[in-house]
Ligand binder design. Structure first.
Ligand SMILES: [Zn+2]
Ligand SMILES: [Zn+2]
Length: 288
């Protein structure tokens, strides 16, 4: 199941704040971002210039199946209303400032992008092309973590990619079989296991897609003797699958064993304890 609409995601986050109090702070931050994105989700055609009709979805589907490209490679920065995106970018920076993340650096950065849509345009273009150079150079220049910069600029496009994910998931879920997401091109590090099948869940657009149970999605190793599996004694539904060739791991939620439902869209966030275990000196594993 792909990601639900943002209005419903907000409702799920409110529930999660009650069910997972340990993650309250980060969930509240996540909710604030979703509230900023809500108007974008409710009027996609006011800021996306592509006609999102059945024919468009069929074209995308055709193209990704035949070329193995992901849909982001077929989209251009000019497909979005950059003024609306810039406004959302500024609102997200505002939330980060209210949450005390990189305060001084972010204030300088906010001034830098003020009335310079060309900068936002370049960032959006880099996201679509999966080109990390823009983020690395601006991270150095402003002293802001590249992942924070990425969050600032990729968030406004999320409702668009989630919409694509909802429209195309049924057709692509069982047949894609690549390690990267066919919608946004990203590599996820969390999967849901259902009836002994492993489905990656894209942390960005929410797409679920089947991957081989014994293939490392980082390096392609398919030797089962070089794969490791760690189950948590106290929470059997949580699992780490790792590769002994490249030392990378993915986090697994076994839906057939789950006692508390992990809401769609919050898989990566609510499995942070698995990241802590994986990176501990006992395992020394790397996050994808
Ligand atoms: Zn995706
Ligand atoms: Zn590997």
């Amino acid at each position: 199941m792909s990601k639900i609409k943002i209005k419903e995601q907000i409702f799920e986050v409110e529930n999660a704040i009650e069910n997972f109090p340990k993650y309250e702070k980060i969930l509240k931050f996540h909710k604030e971002v979703l509230e900023i994105l809500l108007p974008l989700d409710e009027s996609i055609d006011s800021w996306v210039k592509i006609d999102l009709n059945k024919k468009t979805f069929e074209c995308y589907l055709d193209e990704i199946i035949t070329s193995k490209k992901s849909v982001n490679e077929l989209i251009k920065k000019s497909d979005f209303d950059i003024i609306i995106i810039t406004d959302i970018v500024k609102k997200i920076i505002e939330i980060l400032l209210n949450n005390n993340a990189n305060g001084d650096e972010l204030r300088v950065f906010r001034e830098y992008i003020e009335d310079k849509e060309v900068i936002v345009n370049n960032a959006i273009s880099s996201i679509l092309k999966e080109d990390t150079k823009w983020f690395e150079s601006h991270s150095k220049k402003f002293g802001i973590d590249p992942s924070l910069l990425l969050l600032i600029f990729e968030s406004p496009l999320r409702p668009f990619f989630e919409q694509l994910s909802r429209e195309l998931e049924e057709e692509i879920k069982e047949i894609w079989l690549e390690s990267y997401c066919p919608i946004c091109g990203r590599q996820s590090n969390v999967a849901r296991k259902k009836k002994n099948k492993r489905y990656m869940v894209c942390s960005y657009c929410g797409l679920e897609y089947l991957v081989d149970m014994f293939e490392c999605i980082n390096c392609g190793n398919i030797d089962p003797t070089k794969m490791g599996f760690i189950k948590l004694k106290e929470n059997e539904e949580y699992e780490l699958n790792y590769c002994k060739v490249c030392d990378h791991y993915i986090k697994i939620l076994d839906e057939d064993l789950a006692t508390v439902k992990i809401p769609y869209g919050l898989e990566d966030l609510l499995t942070r304890k698995l990241d802590v275990i994986a990176s501990s000196s006992d395992f020394n594993l790397k996050r994808i």
